[in-house]
Design a protein around this ligand. Structure first.
Ligand code: RB5
Length: 146
């Protein structure tokens, strides 16, 4: 399991906490910035990070912005990306189990570091259930480009 992670300028502090968690748990990751003091527009960072997933270098991604919403809107424009903005445990779990989400978006101005790490862990560790959910996920894919 390899995770791509990135944020805009609202997120470097929370991103750093999540990266520290990856290091402590021995989880492979690529940190695509931005770092404290740098700025970027969230659609640009969403594209850069999601390309690592659609290109096959990473299995999943975590995107952080102020609300998590701008990142999720941007990421969901990209073919093959199913991004979910989550601020509660249940949603982070079931967007994996039912939607086969491959990108978790978190709002650094919404969620504290403790909860963010719980969200990342449950997102990474919950498998897609398939079955009846596969048909629905295929229908999401069918909406791409419409
Ligand atoms: C940047 O100030 C802020 O607008 C951005 O991080 C995010 O919250 C957008 O959705």
């Amino acid at each position: 399991m390899k995770i791509a992670i990135g944020s805009d300028h609202a997120g470097p502090a929370l991103k750093a906490e999540i990266v520290q968690h990856f290091i402590e748990k021995g989880i492979e990751y690529i940190d695509l910035g931005v770092m404290e003091g740098e700025k970027c527009d969230y659609p640009d960072k969403a594209k850069e990070v999601c390309d690592k997933v659609t290109g096959g270098e990473c299995d999943m991604a975590v995107l952080v912005c102020g609300t998590g919403i701008g990142m999720s809107m941007s990421a969901n424009k990209l073919k093959g990306i199913r991004a979910a903005c989550c601020s509660d445990y249940f949603s982070a779990k079931y967007t994996r189990a039912h939607n086969d989400a491959n990108v978790l978006c978190i709002g650094a101005r919404v969620v504290g570091a403790g909860l963010a790490i719980e969200l990342v862990d449950v997102f990474m560790n919950t498998p897609f259930e398939g079955g009846r959910h596969q048909r629905r996920v295929d229908k999401i894919t069918g909406l791409e480009g419409q």
